[in-house]
Write a protein of this length. Structure first.
Length: 101
């Protein structure tokens, strides 16, 4: 049954690694931008910018959580037949949604 779903080819692993590196860079840019906005808020409004700073800190935390989850997902193999079947259904549904949009 595993022969029907061979493990990822090397090029797929390479594509995943390159995508993860690009995503990591995007996360770092977003964290830097959020940090800059915090600094700008502190300089312009002082500590009256408390809610804005809180929201930006939550955003920074969510960026790192997303990065961790993306690394965790890509690290797992995808050659389980049941997982492939489910991912095929998800891919088909997503493609149908994008076609309608």
């Amino acid at each position: 049954s595993n022969e029907q779903y061979p493990s990822k080819p090397v090029s797929a692993s390479l594509d995943n690694r390159q995508s993860l590196e690009q995503f990591t860079m995007l996360v770092y840019v977003m964290v830097g931008l959020s940090g800059f906005c915090i600094l700008l808020g502190l300089l312009s409004m002082g500590f009256r910018a408390g809610y804005m700073i809180l929201v930006l800190l939550i955003c920074i935390g969510s960026f790192f959580l997303i990065l961790y989850l993306a690394q965790w997902i890509i690290a797992h193999p995808d050659n389980d037949p049941q997982m492939r079947k489910i991912s095929d259904y998800i891919r088909e549904g997503a493609q149908g949604f994008l076609t309608v949009q």
